[in-house]
Design a protein. Structure first.
Length: 310
């Protein structure tokens, strides 16, 4: 049997591989018929040796390949061998091919017994996944805290899973609240958020739109993007207000409660904004957020209009 697991969401892909491995080990305890060929290790002769070896305990074989699509010659030779041995229909040999990226499967789908894609989660799918994680941990989280957690972390499931475990352990069975998110979870402010606001400040609409759509194309949903922009705008407003009231630079991190790195990056942006500019953009973000939530507009259109109006 040939199974293909592929996609950019390597957390769920690895969880699926773990399920397959644990299910196999529960039935075949010797471990002698289990083999992993990690990146750079695949060798057709060694794979053939593993496939054709006689099992001492009459066990099925499980073989995991992690770099089948890295080398075209190896890939072609492997598929030729798989066809010759009729591995696709062999129930005594299970070969799992893992590829942690996008893949054009139309030309190879007939070579596999089963194919499962793990694309990056967003929107309702991401929300549903996170809710199941809390349920699995027998933990409660209020709606505002849940929304903030998703906004802060996004669709990095490795990190999101870790943050959920951290919050569950911290609350010890009690409901997780918004202040717990503020205390324990660091917002995932990547470089493009700073670049996007820089472009908005300079009225460079073309660059701002390009950066925003780059976020959307990589899987960030509109609400996550708006939340991150709003989060950084609140930081800028807080710092601008402190500076205009005469607060010295060295005390900005302490007074604002922000990480020194965020203060440094934000301070570089402040020269491009007046306090009124920041408040105006923040109000428009709040209006857009409301309209999307009540269904009066769709996210991409609303964000495009925001940029056009500035």
């Amino acid at each position: 049997m040939l199974i293909l697991l592929y996609g950019e969401d390597n957390y769920r892909l690895r969880q699926k591989l773990k399920e397959i491995k644990e299910s196999y080990q529960a039935k075949h305890k010797s471990g002698l018929s289990l083999a992993f060929f990690r990146e750079g290790e695949s060798d057709l002769d060694k794979i053939r040796e593993k496939v054709e070896a006689v099992s001492m305990f009459d066990e099925k074989k499980l073989i995991v390949l992690e770099d089948l699509f890295q080398n075209k010659d190896f890939q072609e030779n492997f598929f030729d061998y798989a066809k010759e041995r009729k591995l696709k229909d062999d129930e005594d040999v299970v070969i799992v091919v893992c590829h942690e990226d996008k893949l054009a499967v139309s030309r190879i789908k007939n070579k596999f017994s089963m194919i499962e894609e793990f694309s990056l989660l967003s929107g309702p799918a991401l929300t549903s996944w996170a809710k199941k994680e809390f349920k699995k941990n027998e933990a409660e989280i209020n709606s505002e805290a849940f929304k903030k957690l998703i906004a802060y972390v996004g669709n990095d499931l490795w990190r999101l899973s870790g943050e959920i475990n951290k919050l569950v352990n911290y609350r010890g069975g009690e409901e997780i609240k918004e202040e717990d998110i503020d205390l324990l979870v660091k917002a995932n402010l990547d470089a493009n958020i700073f670049k996007t606001l820089d472009a908005l400040a300079q009225r460079d609409k073309k660059t701002a739109l390009w950066l925003i759509h780059e976020h959307l194309e990589r899987g960030d949903n509109e609400m996550y993007l708006l939340s991150m922009l709003a989060y950084q705008l609140r930081n800028l407003i807080r710092l601008k207000d402190l500076i205009e009231r005469g607060e010295p630079y060295y005390s900005l991190a302490q007074k604002s409660g922000l990480h020194p790195y965020v203060v440094k990056k934000s301070s570089e942006q402040l020269r491009n904004f007046t306090l009124d500019d920041l408040k105006k953009i923040y109000r428009r973000l709040a209006e857009i957020d409301f309209k999307i939530k009540v269904g009066l507009t769709d996210g991409p259109t609303a964000i495009d209009l925001l940029v056009a109006e500035l």
